[in-house]
Design a binder for this molecule. Sequence first.
Ligand SMILES: NC(=O)c1ccc[n+]([C@@H]2O[C@H](COP(=O)([O-])OP(=O)(O)OC[C@H]3O[C@@H](n4cnc5c(N)ncnc54)[C@H](OP(=O)(O)O)[C@@H]3O)[C@@H](O)[C@H]2O)c1
Length: 240
Amino acid sequence: MQQLQHKTAVITGANKGIGKATAIALAKEGVNLGFIARNGAELEALCQQLEKEYGIKAVFATADVSVREEAEAAAEAVIGQLGKVDILINNAGIAAFGTLLEMDPEEWERIIRVNLMGTYYITRKILPTILEQKEGSIINVSSTAGEKGFATGSAYCSSKFAVLGLTESLMQEVRKSNVRVTAITPSTVATDLAVNAGLKIGDEDRMMQAEDVSELILSVLQMPQRVFIKTAGIWTTNPQ
Ligand SMILES: NC(=O)c1ccc[n+]([C@@H]2O[C@H](COP(=O)([O-])OP(=O)(O)OC[C@H]3O[C@@H](n4cnc5c(N)ncnc54)[C@H](OP(=O)(O)O)[C@@H]3O)[C@@H](O)[C@H]2O)c1
């Protein structure tokens, strides 16, 4: 098992849901953290909480990751404050569902811009510092919606299929440089995103939680560096 203590990770969308659960899981392992999302007040509160509880360094920069200049400036700011980056978790994302004809083209495009372009902009800015470390990991949060299309999912599924394409291509580019690139493909998780998008949550107790996904992310990061996992799927037991 790979020890993560004193490593440095950047997580996008860390102020709630899967990103926040992952931030806590990594802080417990002694990982120093950099966060990027839009809500600065929530990110600041999380940094203070994690520094106090786990004695790690936690910094943040605000950005809408779909806006290239903002994403790049935030990535540069957290790299500057952390000094190096070993791990990147591209988690920030949005979801909305509607038939191709019903959904407003601007909403359709926004889903692509946040989920795909945001992942690309942040990765492009942070990858060089990971390569400088001569080993590292990138985890992209895709979805079961990135593996199988469904009615009303054209925008979200397109964005998450694209994240799998980006992941596999980048994996082939950097695996010889000892950088692992993995996509996580969870089914529905009980978070604000799922509730706001109208996904069926059903029995809360049996529903997959953000902490379950963060455990998977942690396990992938703890694999020996000689091993990489291309795609890690995780499904809830709650039948929907
Ligand atoms: N929940 C599910 O059922 C499920 C299943 C499979 C995959 N996923 C994926 O898991 C990831 C996390 O989702 P979640 O369920 O944890 O959702 P969530 O609780 O709504 O959290 C989403 C996070 O992304 C950030 N974010 C959203 N738009 C952003 C933008 N334009 N720029 C920067 N940050 C942005 C949010 O922060 P701000 O609002 O402050 O920016 C928030 O921290 C997403 O990629 C999602 O597609 C979720």
